[in-house]
Design a protein around this ligand. Structure first.
Ligand SMILES: Nc1ncnc2c1ncn2[C@@H]1O[C@H](COP(=O)(O)OP(=O)(O)OP(=O)(O)O)[C@@H](O)[C@H]1O
Length: 276
């Protein structure tokens, strides 16, 4: 089993997120009546505390997105368990999961329904998961728009009327509106241009300070990871090859694959915190 070093917890003994022996395989096809399966990521375990950020990096096809999707309940694990605040989250229990953990997808240009205005997009999770009446939902949507740096007027806009950066703010607002403890983001920052990326990173950091959020970020930019993550997991071919505090992993990788991966990322290094 790939085991990430457990981190000391702050205050409570129970980590906010505990991932225990989690793995995911896919049956790709049957050959001569025998199933052929592909393991996206092999059994792995880690914990994450409140207010902390875990980055997941790895080469293409290493299992990053599948891990993010399994955490967010988009697909069930093949084995293993996820605990939030000590409570086991069952694969089908979407209602409980989405009040504790929400996901932001890679491309805000495709993740928002172009036929709904932003107000309706943000009200949807409230209608599905809370007993708030229409006036209360409206108020909460306006508060959440402000929280992510948008205006009350944006309620009436459609996704195609706003910029990619503003769309990512809407996606963040949709993730925040049920007040989750954890946000999982699958390369939600990588595709934004540098100035917008800086704004979204600053927004994520300020929301983390203000709300005590924890983030699990699939990332492909070493500058971003160094700046915002406390812990780092490097995946290679579905296996954890490095795991631990970000500074330690970046300065002293223990495996050949980890070193090679980081060297590749160094070559692609794009972002520095003071870039505006
Ligand atoms: N629905 C699926 N059916 C079959 N195989 C899949 C499926 N989803 C992912 N895989 C396989 O699982 C492995 C991990 O895929 P995944 O998308 O999680 O990798 P990744 O690290 O996110 O890659 P990238 O950085 O290119 O997005 C790959 O070999 C992929 O082909």
């Amino acid at each position: 089993m790939d085991q990430v070093q457990p981190k000391p917890t702050t205050g409570s003994q129970v980590p906010l997120l505990k991932v225990d022996n989690l793995s995911r395989s896919f049956v790709t096809h049957s050959r001569f009546f025998r199933k052929v399966s592909k393991t996206a990521f092999h059994p792995l375990s880690f914990t994450l505390d409140r207010g902390q950020t875990l980055a997941i990096m790895g080469d293409s096809g290493s299992g990053k997105s599948t891990l993010a999707k399994v955490l967010a309940g988009v697909m069930p694990p093949t084995q293993g368990n996820i605990y939030i605040d000590g409570e086991k989250i069952e694969p089908g229990d979407d209602k409980k999961r989405c009040q504790l953990l929400r996901m932001i997808f890679q491309d805000p240009n495709t993740s928002l329904n172009p036929r709904s205005n932003i107000g309706k997009i943000l009200e949807m999770p409230l209608s599905l998961n809370t007993n708030l009446d229409a006036a209360q939902r409206h108020e909460l949507v306006l508060d959440t728009l402000r929280m992510v740096g948008l205006l009350p007027d944006h309620y009436h806009f459609y996704p195609q009327m706003i910029s990619t950066g503003q769309k990512q703010r809407v996606a963040l607002a949709r993730a925040l509106i049920l007040s989750p403890n954890i946000i999982v983001a699958d390369e939600a920052i990588s595709n934004l241009d540098i100035s917008v990326r800086s704004q979204i990173i600053n927004l994520l950091l300020s929301l983390q300070t203000r709300l005590g959020l924890s983030y699990v970020l699939v990332a492909n930019d070493l500058g971003v990871v160094r700046h915002i993550s406390d812990h780092l997991i490097l995946l290679h071919d579905g296996h954890v090859v490095e795991a631990g505090p970000t500074k330690k992993v970046l300065s002293n990788p223990q495996s050949e694959q980890g070193l090679r991966l980081l060297q590749n990322y160094h070559n692609e290094y794009r972002w520095r915190p003071n870039e505006k």
